[in-house]
Design a protein around this ligand. Structure first.
Ligand SMILES: Cc1ncc(COP(=O)(O)O)c(C=O)c1O
Ligand SMILES: [Zn+2]
Length: 414
C-alpha cells in the first residue's frame, strides 16, 4: 500500500496517515497501491502460498509476516450450480460459498485484514457496529488471536449471531435502536475510549479484505472472468470490495476486462439501488463524486444483514455499479424467503436471507430478459442459513409430527 484516496473528494493521504476517514470532507478512504511494483510480483498469478486470503499478501495493506493467521479465512469454494441454473435455463451459474468461513459469513474477510492491521499499529481493543455478522466475525477472529472485541448491535439482531458473539467472549452491547444508532454509538465510543473501529465502510481496511473474494473467484475459474457477479448489499462495502478486487486484477495485468457487479437489495432497504437509478435517470455521464449523495431510507426488511437506513460505503458501491455497468435489483422479502429453500434443495447450500437474495435477483433479471442463457453468472452466498433459522422456517414449515409407528408413516402419505 502506498497511501489513501478519498472516494468523495479525491484528496490523497500518505501511507502512514493515522486516521480512518478523509480529514477534509469526512468521506471514506480507498487504499492505494504501487501496482507497477506488485505486477512484477504477481505476473504469473499468486503461486502456491497459503490457502487462506493471506495468499494475496502483495495486494493487501498488511505487514508481511511468516506467522499464519490462526483460523482459515477465505479460500472458500466456488460451486457450479447446474440444477439451480437449469430451472431458469442458465447454463453457467456458480455459487461462491462464503458460508464456510470461520464465523460463517463473508465478514471474516474484512475481520481478518482489519485485525492484522490492528496488530500492525499496536491496537489492543477492536470495536465494531454490526447488524450481527460483522460482530460475530470480529468476536470469533479476536478470540482466535487473543484480542478484545467490543460489538454494538441492534437489540433485535438474530439470536444466533448474538450467541456467537457472546460465546466468543466479546463485550456485546445490544443497542435499543437501529443498526444506524449502533453505528453512531460505536463511532463515539471508539473515539472516547481509543478503540480501533473496524466498522464496515468507515474503516478502509474492511474493503481490502472483502476484495479477496474477487481474486478467489478468478482463481477458481482458472483465470476466466465472469460476466456478472451478484452481490447482496446493505452498507455497500461487500460490493465496493468486489469491485476493487477486479480493478486490482486489471491494474496488475492479470485480467483485461472486469465483470458487471450487480447490486441486489431488499425493496424495503434499497438506498444504493435508488441512488444509482436516480443518477442513471438524470443522464449525467461525468459525475462530481464530492456532490453525489446516497440518500437514507427507512429500512424494514427481514434480511437483517442488508437492513440499512444510511449505507456506510454507499458512494463506493454506487461507483462500482456504475463503472462496471451493473444492474440494480430490488427484491421483495417474500422472494428472498422463497429463494432460501430453492437454493438449498438444488445445491445443498443453506443461506441466510441476505445471502439468498442474489438468487432472487437472478430470477428477476432472467424474467426481465437481462441475463443470457450462456452468461457466466456468480452469486455470492455471503452468510449461512444457520444464522437465522427463524426466517427460513417461515417458508419450510414444521416437520411431520407422528407416533413412532410404520402405520403413522403410511398415514402421512409415504
Ligand atoms: C450475510 C451478509 N450478506 C451481505 C451483507 C451486505 O454487506 P454490506 O453491508 O457491506 O453491503 C452482509 C453485511 O452484514 C452480510 O452479513
Ligand atoms: Zn474527502
Amino acid at each position: 500500500m502506498n497511501g489513501y484516496r478519498c472516494i468523495a473528494c479525491a484528496e490523497t493521504q500518505v501511507a502512514d496517515f493515522s486516521g480512518l476517514v478523509c480529514p477534509s470532507c469526512g468521506g471514506n478512504l480507498d487504499i492505494t497501491y504501487d501496482y507497477a511494483a506488485i505486477a512484477n510480483k504477481v505476473a504469473e498469478g499468486f503461486g502456491d502460498g497459503p490457502t487462506d486470503l493471506f495468499r494475496y499478501a502483495p495486494l493487501l495493506p498488511v505487514t508481511e509476516t511468516d506467522t499464519p493467521f490462526p483460523l482459515r479465512v477465505g479460500g472458500t469454494p466456488l460451486y457450479a450450480a447446474p440444477r439451480l441454473g437449469e430451472s431458469l435455463g442458465l447454463r453457467n451459474l456458480y455459487l461462491k460459498d462464503d458460508t464456510v468461513n470461520p464465523s460463517a459469513s463473508t465478514k471474516d474477510r474484512a475481520g481478518a485484514v482489519t485485525l492484522r492491521r490492528a496488530i500492525d499499529i499496536g491496537a489492543e481493543v477492536v470495536s465494531v457496529a454490526s447488524t450481527g455478522n460483522a460482530g460475530s466475525s470480529l468476536a470469533c477472529l479476536a478470540a482466535a488471536l487473543g484480542m478484545r472485541a467490543v460489538v454494538f448491535v441492534p437489540e433485535d439482531a438474530p439470536v444466533a449471531k448474538l450467541t456467537q458473539s457472546l460465546s466468543f467472549g466479546a463485550t456485546v452491547f445490544a443497542v435499543r435502536g437501529t443498526y444506524d444508532d449502533a453505528f453512531d454509538l460505536c463511532l463515539a465510543a471508539s473515539d472516547e475510549f481509543g478503540w480501533f473501529n473496524r466498522s464496515t465502510g468507515y474503516n478502509p481496511f474492511t474493503r481490502e479484505g472483502k476484495k479477496t473474494c474477487a481474486y478467489e473467484i478468478w482463481e477458481s475459474l482458472g483465470g476466466r472472468v465472469p460476466d456478472r457477479i451478484i452481490v447482496p448489499t446493505g452498507d455497500g462495502n461487500l460490493l465496493s470490495g468486489m469491485w476493487k478486487g477486479w480493478r486490482d486484477l486489471r491494474e496488475v495485468g492479470l485480467v483485461d476486462r472486469v465483470p458487471k457487479i450487480d447490486c441486489v437489495q431488499s425493496d424495503a432497504s434499497a438506498a444504493i439501488c435508488l441512488a444509482v437509478r436516480r443518477i442513471r435517470d438524470s443522464g449525467q455521464s461525468e459525475l462530481d463524486w464530492s456532490k453525489v449523495v446516497v440518500e437514507a431510507v427507512r429500512a424494514d426488511t427481514i434480511a437483517d444483514s442488508i437492513s440499512v437506513d444510511q449505507p456506510r460505503d454507499g458512494l463506493a458501491a454506487v461507483r462500482g455499479i456504475l463503472e462496471s455497468g451493473g444492474e440494480t435489483v430490488m427484491v421483495p422479502d417474500e422472494e428472498i424467503l422463497a429463494a432460501i429453500p430453492e437454493m438449498a434443495r438444488t445445491t445443498g447450500i443453506f443461506a441466510e436471507p441476505a445471502a439468498a437474495a442474489p438468487w432472487a435477483a437472478v430470477k428477476q433479471l432472467v424474467h426481465d430478459g437481462k441475463i443470457d442463457a450462456d452468461e457466466l453468472v456468480v452469486c455470492l452466498v455471503s452468510g449461512s442459513g444457520l444464522k437465522d433459522t427463524a426466517n427460513a422456517q417461515k417458508t419450510v414449515g414444521s416437520p411431520l409430527s407422528i407416533d413412532p409407528t410404520i402405520e403413522a408413516i403410511k398415514n402421512a402419505g409415504e
